[in-house]
Design a protein around this ligand. Structure first.
Ligand code: LHQ
Length: 262
């Protein structure tokens, strides 16, 4: 499939998805949603073992494309619930449950749903010049795309409240300090750092990584005994994998393991 609003390729197990509407800071249109969805499906079908999400130009993503919304007098009021139900919620749920790690390289401003798209990814690295803005309150909306779920978990109640109510920009270094993202790097090192991380993950025992992701997500809802039971079940599956056998053999033989994600 050819794409107009994204760039997409799968190479050496890494699916690289680049949002590509730089003139509009990669704000989301319906077309971009459909293309991102189709690319993720293609990544799964082509056996990708890691996805790297990034964007073209000086911004990462400015959230919903507001020019697609006519809000003037006489215009019918839009059903934003429908938009979330059709596009944003499925995207966030997909990234949350996709069976390989998703690395997000935030190359510039991430605002509104763009910020929360980044925060839905498994590992977030940002250029030092990048900033995160919960822009919703500036236009009378509530944080969506999982923002009200992920932010308190990442940064705690007090900061989540202030960030969402005030909509103040948070620079990448500060986002690391707060625990909102994993790493901030010099702008000119972002793509190389994120690519190296994605390459490393794609060569890792990715079945085990998928089970790890599943366990950590489940932990938010579980009491300790339930979580211990889940770990027991998932570890049983991991222990039956080819990659576990290979990992132990390689360790004992003092050689580099060759994992296949099985
Ligand atoms: C944009 C946008 C944009 C269109 C910059 N749309 N063009 C979900 C469900 C359904 C509906 C509602 O929303 C949601 C979730 C959401 O995401 S709501 C939040 C939507 N996003 C925002 O409110 C952020 C709006 N953008 C901004 O506040 C600024 O552009 C930021 C702070 C991101 C960047 O500021 P600057 O670096 O000063 O850039 P800029 O404002 O000059 O923008 C550059 C261009 O990009 C400009 O176009 P132009 O043709 O004038 O050069 C902007 O109009 C365009 N752009 N964001 N969301």
């Amino acid at each position: 499939m050819s794409y107009e609003t994204i760039l997409f390729e799968v190479s050496d197990g890494v699916a690289r998805l680049t949002l590509n509407r730089p003139d509009k800071l990669n704000a989301f249109t319906e077309q971009m949603h459909l293309e991102v969805r189709s690319a993720i499906d293609a990544a799964e079908q082509q056996g990708a073992r890691c996805m790297l999400l990034t964007a073209a130009g000086r911004g990462f993503c400015a959230g919903q494309d507001l020019s697609a919304r006519k809000t003037g007098p006489g215009q019918p009021r839009p059903d934003l619930g429908e938009t979330l139900g059709k596009f944003y919620n499925p995207l966030i749920k997909k990234i949350n449950s996709i069976e390989f790690p998703v690395v997000c390289a935030v190359n510039g401003v991430a605002a509104g749903a763009g910020a929360n798209l980044a925060l839905a990814c498994d590992i977030v690295i940002a250029a030092k010049s990048a900033k995160f803005i919960q822009a919703f309150s500036k236009i009378g909306l509530i944080p969506d795309s999982g923002g009200t779920w992920v932010l308190p978990r990442l940064v705690g109640h007090a900061r989540a409240m202030a960030l969402t109510l005030l909509a103040e920009p948070v620079m990448a270094d500060r986002a690391v300090e707060m625990g909102m993202i994993y790493q901030a790097v010099n702008d000119n090192e972002l793509q190389a750092t994120a690519t190296a991380m994605a390459d490393k993950l794609a060569k890792a025992p990715t079945l085990g990584l998928a089970l790890t992701k599943q366990a950590i997500h489940a932990a938010y809802d579980n009491h300790l005994p339930d979580q211990l039971e889940l770990e027991r079940q998932l570890q049983r599956r991991a222990g039956h994998s080819d990659d576990y056998r290979e990992g132990v053999a390689a360790f004992m033989e003092k050689r580099a393991p060759q994992f296949k994600g099985q």
